[in-house]
Design a protein around this ligand. Sequence first.
Ligand SMILES: [Zn+2]
Length: 90
Amino acid sequence: MQLKNYMEDLVFEQLDRVINSHQGVCKCEKCKYDIAALALNYLPPRYVVSDRGETYTRIKSLEQQFLVDIMSSITLAITIVNGRPKHNAE
Ligand SMILES: [Zn+2]
């Protein structure tokens, strides 16, 4: 058994779409993960129990409810990460 933050899946599902709808956003892996992490920090975690190898039931009503929040959190995260990209820091 594993605990899984369902919100992570929802953010990653929307991530590319939201990034592609903005111009001039860096699409390197580091920036994408920074954007995802920031967005997830703005969103409430939603934990589900996941059986290993078995996909958990998707909670459709939850997705509808959070979609707008997810989109705006990703948009905000893009603005912040794009303003101060960390991909050249190391
Ligand atoms: Zn980058």
